[in-house]
Design a binder for this molecule. Structure first.
Ligand SMILES: Nc1nc2c(ncn2[C@@H]2O[C@H](COP(=O)(O)OP(=O)(O)O)[C@@H](O)[C@H]2O)c(=O)[nH]1
Ligand SMILES: [Mg+2]
Length: 395
């Protein structure tokens, strides 16, 4: 379940990505290596069950800081998108390839209006950021549209000959983009089209593409560079139909670097930080940190962590679950207590968790045990947020 960071050039995508994927000060590195240069590990916060159970945890995949688990999520720094990329301009195909892997998108917009449509820097306030939101949505819609239109006659003919369901045909066209049949079906219902695809106009097909984008690639807007944006711009962005979160990626990166250098204590997502040794700071640093502090007070933080958590917990509706092998000691087979946190789609069942841990565990599933209640449950038992679950499988 990767989150893609998208937007036109120079809006702060890479800054956001660097800030979000920088390991917290206390943690040298996540125990992960990523395959691609533009894929990194960020995290979302969860409540570690260790306090509730009165145990000390031995985190493996998700570090625990004072009871807060930092659960890993993969972030993709998507290639910058310029106008008409769907026609092959700029890094169009690279964009599609990155988009393919992303389950949700964070659209970084320069809320201060200091970059033109193609990403060229300009005076603050010169460009209207609302245009960028419409632009990116439009761009993706056209991309999907061109994918379908290319073979549209063939698709229609094939359907009338084989009697194939349109949802199925569309899903096959979109498998490359990791859009599921359920998402296509949801989009079809919303688009409310004539049952006969040969009757669809181009406009209707384009509208269907927009619905497929909404269900298949849910997106929130990060109103970035908020540290220099006007209140009017923020207000206008706030009125959009999408979720808009004010951010300053630059401030988040500065705070993480300062924390790493030992100058301050800062937990990502917090609305403040504490200086460790104020006497060590020079005037310029003091002034900069003062500005950041005021910003955080006004917006409730830098917004970066909020974007990730909104994408994972609200848009993708994932929940953290803790599989353990021993429901009494809460250990895995190495004896580590509450080692791993997994993000599962809300509504997942015990067998799906077993498969997430290991294919064998899913294949040989017998039953599960809820470590909180010690109740034995079946394969179709629906998981709840922060469940601690033991899976019993045939050996
Ligand atoms: N004022 C301000 N500048 C930012 C912010 N985020 C990024 N920038 C600056 O915007 C420019 C472009 O940033 P970059 O991350 O390379 O953008 P990308 O092309 O979208 O990846 C750089 O000069 C950044 O320092 C922010 O939150 N506030
Ligand atoms: Mg970049």
């Amino acid at each position: 379940m990767d989150v893609g960071i998208v937007g036109k050039p120079n809006v702060g995508k890479s800054t956001f990505y660097s800030a979000a994927t920088m390991a917290p000060a206390e943690i040298a590195n996540y125990p992960f290596t990523t395959v691609k240069a533009n894929v990194g590990i960020g995290h979302v916060r969860g409540k570690c069950p260790h306090e509730e159970f009165g145990v000390l945890c031995n985190p493996n995949n998700a570090p625990c800081e004072n009871g807060t688990r930092l659960i890993p999520v993969e972030l993709i720094d998507v290639a910058g998108l310029v106008p008409d990329a769907w026609q092959g301009k700029g890094l169009g195909n690279k964009f599609l390839d990155d988009l393919r892997q992303a389950s949700a998108l964070i659209h970084i917009v320069d809320a201060s209006g200091s970059t033109l449509a193609d990403g060229t820097p300009c005076k603050i306030g010169r460009h209207n950021p609302l245009e960028d939101v419409a632009f990116l949505e439009n761009e993706i819609d056209h991309w999907f549209f061109s994918l379908l239109q290319k073979d549209w006659h063939k698709i229609v003919r094939q359907m009338s000959m084989d009697g194939k369901k349109i949802d199925r045909v569309l899903q096959e066209k979109f498998t490359g983009l990791a859009i599921t049949e359920a998402q296509i079906s949801a989009a079809m219902r919303k688009a409310n089209l004539d049952p006969r695809p040969d009757k669809w106009s181009d406009d209707e097909l384009l509208n269907l593409c927009a619905e497929i984008r909404r269900s298949g690639k849910p997106m929130l807007v990060a109103a970035n560079k908020c540290d220099q944006a006007s209140d009017e711009n923020l207000e206008a962005l706030g009125k959009l139909a999408v979720t808009v979160i004010p951010t300053s990626a630059e401030y988040e990166l500065a705070l993480k670097k300062a924390a790493k250098a030992g100058l301050l204590d800062y937990l990502p997502g917090a609305d403040s930080f504490t200086l460790k040794e104020p006497s060590k700071l020079n005037m310029a640093q003091k002034k900069a940190l003062d500005k950041i502090s005021q910003f955080m007070e006004k917006f409730g933080g830098t917004g970066v962590q909020k974007c990730l958590e909104t994408a994972i917990y609200d848009m993708l509706d994932l929940i953290p679950v803790y599989p353990v092998e021993d429901e009494n000691k809460l250990t895995n087979k190495e004896g580590l207590v509450l080692p791993d946190a997994h993000l599962m789609p809300n509504g997942s069942n015990a067998r799906e968790l077993a498969y997430r841990v290991h294919t064998d565990l899913g294949d040989n599933f017998i039953r599960a045990i809820d470590a909180r209640t010690k109740r034995v449950v079946g394969h179709d038992h629906v998981l709840k947020r922060d469940d601690v679950i033991t899976i019993v499988a045939r050996r």
